[in-house]
Design a protein around this ligand. Structure first.
Ligand code: HAM
Length: 421
């Protein structure tokens, strides 16, 4: 027996309906904000993520599924969606098109992480990206979109935390301050933090190593180093969120795990998700396109983890759809009846009703049991008499009433019963 790879999961038919629910809510919410779907490849040139996501991040430094293809090219399974969408936006000449460009995606993503509840090696994201607007209204609209998505799913106990990590200019001063602060403690900090110290000291704040946390707690805060423009931008985002009734707290410890962010960053967090509390994260990333050698273009976006959303929905006891049964199960008492059931089922399907017939040679009693288990709404029984009469005995499983219905009128009958409801 070959088992499923560590950190991956099957979604079985009984559960798929919950995924479809989340995906449907994602699509409807996205379209309400003017987003349309984008689909990009599962793998990209490794270079894209090195440049896009950043070499000092854990995602790129430790977690990428990178391999040489048969042509000797280094390719990587996407660890997230933003870099691929940015590449598609540039490569398809959309920078010269109508702006803002707004696109959403439902994707699988891959990170070689240590698996635990809510942390997988193959996981799924609903994400959204907006290009072309530097306005704080775009930040507020993106956050309001994320908030609406979570509320539309039925989540009630998720809280929003926001921060500003400034622009390239104000971050220079901040990096100096961080270096000054961390320098005396470096010998006691982990090797990763020592490497981060030179390359990207802000990343130290995100360190999960216990021994480093006692130093990061008292580190200078980016918010105290914002330049006038970044400060004004952040103030306006907060004002807009207040006015829109989107509740948030400012959390200076949010720096995000990917390098492309600037100014506004945000995370939606739930206690119900255990250690992996962030269900949705995002922010502004005005520098990414320039870093990819394209015309500088402001951008903002977010992504939510579908598996984590499911965990939190279940922990909150939110109402989730169950797999629906077919409209009609057609039971046959003998061979000729089974054959007729097969033909009638096809007619009903063409009329738009989901049907099943016996494929297991079961007794009529066992067929009834099966129909009940799978949640069929109607069961139409056909035997020798029914064949002669040209009518089936149709039982409504909701109220146990039953009626004789001519073969040619089955679709009409079912339709009529549904209309009565
Ligand atoms: P991220 O914070 O790395 O951001 O991931 C977004 C969400 O994906 C997380 O909040 C979490 O719910 C889920 N997630 C991440 N890693 C895993 C994992 N190993 N297992 C299960 N779920 C996971 C991004 O990916 C950015 N691209 C978001 C973004 C879009 N920023 C701007 N635009």
């Amino acid at each position: 027996m070959i088992n499923i790879p560590k950190g991956t999961k099957d979604v079985l038919p009984a559960n798929a309906v919950k995924w479809q629910f989340i995906e449907a809510v994602a699509r409807v919410t996205a379209e309400g904000y003017g987003y349309r779907e984008i689909r990009t490849p599962v793998f990209e040139h490794t270079e894209l993520f090195l440049r896009g996501v950043g070499e000092t991040t854990d995602v790129v430094g430790k977690e990428m599924y990178t391999f040489l293809d048969k042509g000797g090219r280094s390719v990587t399974l996407r660890p997230e969606g933003t870099a691929g969408v940015a590449r598609a936006f540039i490569e398809n000449g959309l920078q010269g098109g109508v702006l803002p460009f707004k696109a959403y995606y439902l994707i699988s993503a891959f990170r070689y992480e240590r698996p635990q509840a809510g942390r997988l090696r193959e996981f799924h994201q609903f994400g959204a990206e907006l290009y072309g607007s530097a306005s704080p209204i775009a930040d507020a609209e993106t956050i309001s979109f994320a908030d609406a998505f979570l509320k539309n799913l039925g989540l009630r106990k998720v809280s929003l935390r926001i921060n500003s990590i400034g622009c390239k200019e104000c971050r220079k001063r901040y990096h100096e301050a961080l270096k000054e602060y961390f320098r005396p403690h470096l010998a006691e900090m982990c090797p990763d933090c020592n490497a981060r110290f030179d390359k990207n000291p802000m990343r130290i704040i995100d360190c999960k190593v216990e021994g480093c946390k006692k130093f990061t707690a008292g580190a200078p805060r980016m918010l105290d180093f914002l330049c006038d423009e970044c400060r004004a931008h952040f103030e306006e985002v907060k004002r807009l969120l207040d006015e829109a009734g989107v509740a948030f707290t400012v959390d200076p410890s949010i720096v995000r795990g990917l390098d492309y962010y600037s100014r506004t960053v945000f995370e939606f967090v739930s206690d119900a998700a255990g250690a992996q509390g962030t269900v949705l994260g995002g922010g502004r990333y005005d520098g990414l396109l320039e870093q990819m050698d394209a015309k500088p273009t402001p951008a903002v976006g977010f992504a939510a983890g579908i598996e984590r959303l499911l965990m939190v929905l279940e922990a909150e006891g939110a109402e989730l759809p169950e797999t629906a049964g077919v409209d009609c199960y057609l039971a046959g008492m003998d061979e000729p009846s089974r054959r007729k059931a097969f033909l009638l089922a096809d007619e009903l399907r063409r009329a738009g009703f989901a049907c099943e017939v016996d494929l297991m040679d079961r007794s009529v009693k066992a067929q009834f049991k099966y129909a009940d288990k799978t949640g069929a709404r109607f069961v139409a029984v056909i035997g020798e008499n029914e064949l002669k009469e040209g009518a089936a005995e149709v039982k409504d499983m909701q109220n146990s009433s039953s009626e004789r219905v001519k073969f040619g009128e089955l679709a009409q009958y079912i339709e009529g019963r549904y209309e009565e409801e």
